[in-house]
Write a protein that binds this ligand. Structure first.
Ligand SMILES: NC(=O)C1=CN([C@@H]2O[C@H](COP(=O)(O)OP(=O)(O)OC[C@H]3O[C@@H](n4cnc5c(N)ncnc54)[C@H](OP(=O)(O)O)[C@@H]3O)[C@@H](O)[C@H]2O)C=CC1
Ligand SMILES: CC(C)=CCC[C@@H](C)[C@H]1CC=C2C3=C(CC[C@@]21C)[C@@]1(C)CC[C@H](O)C(C)(C)[C@@H]1CC3
Length: 421
C-alpha cells in the first residue's frame, strides 16, 4: 500500500478473500441474521434442520418496525448531539489534524434506560417487539444498505488524505464492503463513531430487556438464566459506553474505512445476533442449579476483570507512560518513538483483552445449557473474529514496529491463550 496526503491511497493487499469474498459476505451476512433469528424462535431451535424454519413472506415486513427503527435512530442522533459530557480528540490523522468527538454515550444509555422504564410503567407493550424481531432486523438491514451506498458515493468527493488505507482497491464491491472514507462526517456529526457505540450497542441490551419481559409475560417471572444473560451483557455495554473514549484508539476508528462491513456490523449484526441467548431462552427455558449459576458468574467476573484491567493498562500507558500505575512496567523501545509493554498484562499474552472478552462470551452462552448449539453461536463467531483481528493487528504492528515487534513476539510468544495459542 502506498499513501501520502496528496495522492489517494491505492490498496493492493486485500482481506476477506478480496472482491469475491466481500461479495459473498454482503449476501451471506443478512441471510445469516435471518436464519439465526428464525431458528432461535422456532420450537426445535435446530440449526441443522433442512429446510430451515424461515418465516412466511407476510411476516417479513411490518410498518411498525419501520416506525420503531426511525424513532430509535432519531432519538440517538438527538442524544449524540446534546451538548452534554466532554469533547475528546481522536488520534492524529495523516494530515496532522485531530478530530473532536463528543463523549456522551453513557448519558445516552442512562436516558434510554429511563425511557424503557417509563414505557414499562405506563404499560407500553414492549414484549411485542419479540414478535417483530424479523421485520425489525430487515428494516435495520435496509438502513445499513442505504447508509453504505451513501458512504460509498460520498467518498468520491472526499480529499485523498481522508480515505482509509485499506478500502481503496478500485474494485467497487470490495471498496463498498471495506469502506473508502476513514471518518465520514456531516458537519461535526461523525457517522462511524455514532454507529459504533450508539443505536446498535444500546439496541442490543434493549432487545435483551424485551426478551426478559416476554419471558415474564409467558411464565410469570424471569428465570435465573435470563437474568444472568441480561446482567452480563448490560455490564459489557455499560463498560463500553463508560470507557467510550478508549474506542477512539481501536482499529475500527483509527484504521478501517466506514463501509458495509462496519455499518452492517454496528446496526444489524450486533443488536440482532449478540443477544441471541436471551431470545433463545424465551422459547427454550433452561433451569440452572445454584452451583452452575455461581460458576458462570465467576467465569464472567474473571473474563471481565482480565478484559477491563488489560484494556485500561494499555490505554493508560498510551495516554501517559509516566503515570504511577504503569511507569514500573517493563517496555521495549520502537523506532517510532512509542514503546511496547512487555510486562504486566501485555507480557502475559499479546492480546490479554481478547482472552478476557472470549471468557465472557462463553459465560453468556452457558446459561442456555447444552441442548442446542445456537446459543453458542456468539462465542464461536467471536473466536473466529478475534483470531482474524489478531492476525490483522499483528500485520499492522509488524509493519509499524519492525524489529521491536519481533523482539516483543519472542518475549511474549503466545497470542491469546497462554501455552495454547
Ligand atoms: N465484542 C466485539 O464484537 C468486539 C470486541 N472487541 C474488543 O475491543 C477491544 C479492543 O480491541 P482492538 O481494537 O482489536 O485492539 P487492541 O485494544 O488489542 O489494540 C491493539 C493495539 O494495541 C497496541 N499494542 C499492542 N501490543 C501492545 C503492547 N505490548 N504495548 C503497548 N501497546 C500495544 C498496538 O497499537 P499502538 O502501538 O499503535 O498503540 C495495537 O495495534 C478488545 O478488548 C476486544 O476484545 C474487538 C472487536 C469486536
Ligand atoms: C460479521 C461482521 C459484519 C463483523 C463486523 C464486526 C463488528 C460487528 C465489530 C468490529 C469491532 C467491533 C467492536 C465492538 C462491537 C462489534 C464491532 C463493531 C465494541 C463496540 C463492543 C464493545 C467493546 O467494549 C468495544 C468498545 C471495545 C468494541 C469495539 C470494537
Amino acid at each position: 500500500m502506498k499513501s501520502n496526503k496528496h495522492k489517494a491511497p491505492h490498496t493492493t493487499d486485500t482481506e476477506f478473500g478480496g472482491a469475491i469474498g466481500a461479495a459473498c459476505l454482503i449476501v451471506l451476512l443478512p441471510l445469516t441474521v435471518l436464519f439465526l433469528l428464525s431458528v432461535c424462535v422456532s420450537v426445535e431451535g435446530a440449526v441443522l434442520r433442512w429446510p430451515p424454519p424461515l418465516p412466511p413472506h407476510s411476516d417479513l415486513y411490518d410498518p411498525r418496525a419501520v416506525f420503531i427503527i426511525t424513532v430509535w435512530i432519531s432519538t440517538h442522533i438527538l442524544l449524540y448531539m446534546l451538548p452534554v459530557g466532554k469533547v475528546s480528540e481522536g488520534l492524529v490523522l495523516r494530515d496532522g489534524s485531530r478530530l473532536k468527538y463528543p463523549i456522551n454515550g453513557f448519558h445516552a444509555l442512562c436516558v434510554t434506560t429511563v425511557l424503557v422504564c417509563v414505557c414499562v410503567c405506563v404499560g407500553v407493550p414492549l414484549a411485542l417487539l419479540y414478535e417483530l424481531m424479523v421485520p425489525l432486523a430487515l428494516c435495520a438491514m435496509g438502513v445499513a444498505f442505504l447508509l453504505s451506498l451513501y458512504l460509498y458515493a460520498r467518498s468520491f468527493w472526499a480529499p485523498a488524505h481522508a480515505l482509509a488505507l485499506g478500502g481503496n482497491t478500485g474494485h467497487a464491491v470490495y471498496d463498498f464492503f471495506m469502506g473508502r472514507e476513514l471518518n465520514p462526517r456531516i458537519g461535526s456529526f461523525d457517522l462511524k463513531y455514532f454507529c459504533e457505540l450508539r443505536p446498535g450497542l444500546i439496541g442490543w441490551v434493549v432487545l435483551n430487556a424485551v426478551m426478559l419481559l416476554k419471558e415474564v409475560e409467558l411464565t410469570g417471572s424471569p428465570s435465573v438464566s435470563m437474568l444472568l444473560v441480561n446482567a452480563f451483557q448490560l455490564l459489557y455495554v455499560t463498560d463500553a459506553l463508560w470507557n467510550e473514549e478508549a474506542v477512539l484508539s481501536t482499529m475500527d476508528i483509527v484504521h478501517d474505512g466506514f463501509g458495509f462491513m462496519l455499518a452492517f456490523g454496528d446496526l444489524v449484526w450486533v443488536p440482532f445476533t449478540y443477544g441471541l441467548q436471551a431470545a433463545f431462552l424465551v422459547s427454550h427455558p433452561h433451569t440452572l442449579t445454584p452451583f452452575s449459576a455461581l460458576a458462570i458468574i465467576l467465569l464472567n467476573g474473571i473474563g471481565y476483570y482480565v478484559f477491563r484491567k488489560s484494556n485500561s493498562q494499555k490505554n493508560q500507558f498510551r495516554r501517559d507512560p509516566t503515570h504511577a500505575s504503569v511507569r514500573h512496567l517493563e517496555t521495549i523501545a520502537t523506532a517510532t518513538g512509542k514503546r511496547l509493554l512487555v510486562s504486566g498484562w501485555w507480557g502475559f499474552v499479546r492480546h490479554p483483552n481478547y482472552l478476557g472478552d472470549v471468557l465472557m462470551a462463553l459465560a453468556w452462552s452457558l446459561p442456555c445449557g447444552f441442548s442446542h448449539i445456537l446459543p453458542y453461536f456468539y462465542v464461536l463467531y467471536f473466536s473466529v473474529l478475534l483470531v482474524h483481528r489478531e492476525a490483522r493487528d499483528e500485520r499492522q504492528c509488524r509493519a509499524k514496529y519492525g524489529a521491536a515487534w519481533e523482539a516483543y513476539c519472542s518475549r511474549v510468544p503466545y497470542r491469546i491463550i497462554p501455552y495454547i495459542y
